[in-house]
Design a protein around this ligand. Structure first.
Ligand SMILES: Nc1ncnc2c1ncn2[C@@H]1O[C@H](COP(=O)(O)OP(=O)(O)O)[C@@H](O)[C@H]1O
Ligand SMILES: [Mg+2]
Length: 445
């Protein structure tokens, strides 16, 4: 009896119960994590998110959901807010609104996703509109409401700006005339496909990332059976990097006028070919007759339209007309325009406005003023314009671009293709550059 008592007393006195050990260990882990958290976040954001950021954010999401839903008008009252008092209808505030049902927040790289069940009568829009409030409450960079199935909405939270990290060039292949040039904000590949949107306008201030996205495009198209033609009136400083892979390069306006004139001839030749074959685009021709697609790259487009003397005027008019014709006719004939510039305002002349209307695909990097962003993106979508205004100087290569998942606009960042990489790629695929003569109808066969 005595022995048993002694053993029981001994064990209670020398080792604390199991729960205390666990609590103690958890406190130590939490303390260590809270001390190393800022350092870990800087050093390795992914590890930080897995160990500290995600668990803390899950707690915040669950903790704040009721208040957030109430304040953002996502909760729905159980009973109508009107009642009958005698024979008078009284309008009041409904008691105890019911918050939308939320699943468990799931981890994903650099963020989390959580599914929310819509109340009958609700649409996903108010959830998308409440994104800003959720981002503040959960202390994350952004929250987006995505409606991927009926009756529910998926809330996607990003812990930090996914575009803040420069990404490496894509080396795979995605089909003729398509190119992966970077990443969309939601992590998907940013694909530019000339078969879907034939002509593109790229606008941005100096050092905002225009030439880099051109390099990313060329690095991909260089590997395909296409002709690349350059017009670079800043002395060919940018496009001459791709020299070996270019079929032609114009570095002053006289050369540009001549080159564009020949391209218009080619376009007219292809039109005749399609007419005689009874088809409406070169893609409907039999394979052997299909001409080589031509991509005309123009860097610093404003230079083409600047006039000093009256002799310039005639040349500018010639260039403007030729570019416009390529824009109007080229899409179905395998002639594509990718035009980059700092400004595309009507101050450069009426030719620019008409050309802009032909370039349906738009990419707008950081710009100096709102007017330029409006010219680049059109003034339809206020949100896209606001997003352009918020692009920081510290993030070159970030743009608001057309053609995101489901159409519409989204922020994206181009891959960082260095001039050396661009040069190497051009050299490697120089043998794929068709001769100019091959571009005429029948020449590519
Ligand atoms: N996607 C990107 N990621 C990281 N850095 C970039 C990116 N795009 C551009 N940069 C940086 O910005 C600089 C200017 O880019 P550039 O394409 O030459 O601008 P622009 O042609 O608009 O003047 C480049 O030297 C490069 O270091
Ligand atoms: Mg440039």
């Amino acid at each position: 009896m005595n022995t048993i008592n002694a053993v029981a007393a001994g064990s209670a006195g020398s080792s604390p119960p199991y729960v205390v050990w666990v609590l103690g260990a958890l406190t130590v882990v939490a303390l260590v994590l809270s001390v190393v958290s800022p350092w870990l976040r800087r050093r390795s954001p992914d590890v930080w998110w897995a160990l500290c950021g995600y668990p803390a954010t899950v707690v915040r999401v669950l903790w704040t959901w009721r208040r957030l839903a109430d304040l953002q008008g996502l909760s729905v009252p159980k009973r109508p807010a009107t009642a009958l008092l005698g024979n008078v209808v009284v309008q009041g505030r409904a008691l105890k609104p019911v918050k939308p049902r939320m699943g468990l927040p799931r981890w994903q790289r650099g963020g989390l996703v959580v599914r929310v069940r819509l109340h009958p009568g609700q649409t996903p829009e108010p959830y998308a509109a409440a994104g800003e409030a959720m981002a503040h409450a959960w202390r994350v960079f952004a929250v987006r409401g995505v409606s991927d199935s009926r009756g529910s909405v998926l809330l996607e939270a990003n812990a930090w700006d996914p575009l803040s990290v420069a990404s490496v060039p894509f080396r795979g292949s995605v089909g003729l005339l398509a190119a992966v040039v970077g990443l969309w904000e939601d992590g998907a590949r940013w694909l530019i496909d000339l078969r879907r949107v034939p002509h593109w306008l790229i606008v941005g201030a100096t050092r905002s990332g225009k030439s880099t996205v051109l390099a990313a495009l060329v690095s991909q198209w260089a590997r395909q059976r296409v002709a690349l033609v350059g017009i670079d009136l800043k002395g060919g400083m940018e496009l001459s990097l791709f020299g070996p892979r270019l079929t032609a390069l114009a570095t002053n306006r006289t050369e540009a006028a001549e080159l564009l004139g020949r391209l218009v001839e080619i376009t007219i030749g292809r039109m005749a070919l399609c007419r005689s074959a009874g088809v409406r685009s070169v893609w409907e021709l039999p394979d052997v007759q299909q001409p080589v697609p031509v991509i005309v790259l123009v860097d610093e487009v404003a230079e083409l339209y600047l006039t000093a003397t009256s002799a310039d005027k005639a040349e500018v008019a010639q260039v403007a007309t030729a570019l416009l014709r390529l824009g109007q006719l080229g899409a179905a004939l395998g002639i594509h325009l990718v035009v980059a510039g700092q400004r595309v305002g009507s101050d450069l002349g009426p030719g620019v406005t008409a050309l802009r209307a032909q370039l349906a695909g738009r990419i707008c990097f950081r710009v100096e003023d709102k007017g330029t962003a409006e010219m680049a993106l059109g003034d339809l979508d206020r949100e896209a314009l606001d997003a352009v205004q918020e692009i920081s100087v510290d993030l070159p290569g970030v743009a608001v671009a057309y053609g995101a998942r489901g159409g519409g606009w989204m922020r994206a960042r181009s891959h960082l293709v260095t001039p050396q990489q661009a040069q190497e790629t051009a050299q490697r695929f120089a043998h794929l550059a068709p001769a100019f003569g091959q571009l005429y109808a029948g020449g590519g066969a």
